[in-house]
Design a protein around this ligand. Structure first.
Ligand SMILES: Nc1ncnc2c1ncn2[C@@H]1O[C@H](COP(=O)(O)OP(=O)(O)OP(=O)(O)O)[C@@H](O)[C@H]1O
Ligand SMILES: [Mg+2]
Length: 234
């Protein structure tokens, strides 16, 4: 079974279902990418997998264990890390304080993990005493990713980590995400820069109106004329 296996997810907000039988699986050390139009339910699927949204139907398993009934905090303990699409740093707190907050569930010494985050993102070490809200967009995203890494997740979930950053900063962030995956951490990422994201993806999901439309390797999706025409702008 896949490391993350979310099956037949149906649910939404109030009485309105947004997800209709959506399925997402991620293997160990793999980069999986979810793309799709605005409002397709990508963030909703991420929230459901992380336990921020109660599913009406379906099941989420991590490492074979059913976790559908667990709270987000319990899922963090099981090895999930989540960087939400919005409000993903504490703007008035320093970079170092943000990382410390990320380690909230840990009772052991997390200083080594903090050093690992600083070696992955050296600029964060330089700016460690600065308020996160004063950083550039790309640097703030590094803080958000670093914060999620502080619990040493086995699955790192990123909702649009490159939103609002320049193409150069986007490439740099993708390189870091590849580096994280090479350490054995599975990545599940939502991206609006669909082409670039599928380029680094082992597996891609195209979601439309809360349903799986296409699932294949990143390479195959990029080569599929129908996917290109409909979702990648030709
Ligand atoms: N908290 C909420 N309450 C009610 N409806 C919501 C809420 N969040 C999202 N929705 C609705 O659910 C649908 C899917 O939203 P979602 O944010 O999951 O889409 P998305 O694919 O992440 O879009 P985007 O590319 O814009 O981030 C949309 O119609 C949206 O208006
Ligand atoms: Mg979204």
């Amino acid at each position: 079974m896949s490391f993350l296996s979310a099956r037949a997810m149906t649910g939404g907000y109030g009485a309105t279902d947004i997800l209709h039988g959506c399925a997402i699986a991620v293997e160990r050390g793999e980069i999986a990418v979810i793309v799709g139009p605005n409002g397709a339910g990508k963030s909703t699927a991420m929230k459901a997998i992380f336990g921020m949204l109660r599913l009406r139907e379906g099941e989420v398993r991590l490492d074979g264990e059913p976790i559908t009934a667990l709270s987000p905090q319990e899922r963090v303990r099981r090895g999930m890390g989540f960087v939400p699409q919005v409000n993903n740093v504490f703007a008035s707190m320093s970079v170092a304080e943000n990382l410390e907050m990320g380690a909230f569930i840990r009772e052991d010494d997390y200083s080594e993990t903090m050093e690992q985050v600083f070696s992955l993102f050296p600029i964060l070490y330089e700016k460690r005493a600065q308020a996160a809200g004063e950083l550039s967009g790309g640097q703030r995203q590094q803080v958000a990713v670093g914060r999620a890494l502080m619990t040493r997740p086995k699955l790192l979930m990123l909702d649009e980590p490159t939103a609002g950053v320049s193409p150069i900063v986007m490439d740099e962030l993708f390189d870091k995400i590849i580096e994280i995956a090479r350490t054995g951490i599975s990545i599940l990422m939502v991206e609006q820069n669909a082409r670039q994201a599928l380029n680094i993806a082992d597996k891609g999901y195209v979601l439309v109106q809360g349903r799986n439309r296409y699932t294949d390797t990143g390479e195959a999706l990029l080569a599929d004329p129908e996917v290109r025409r409909t979702f990648l702008g030709g």
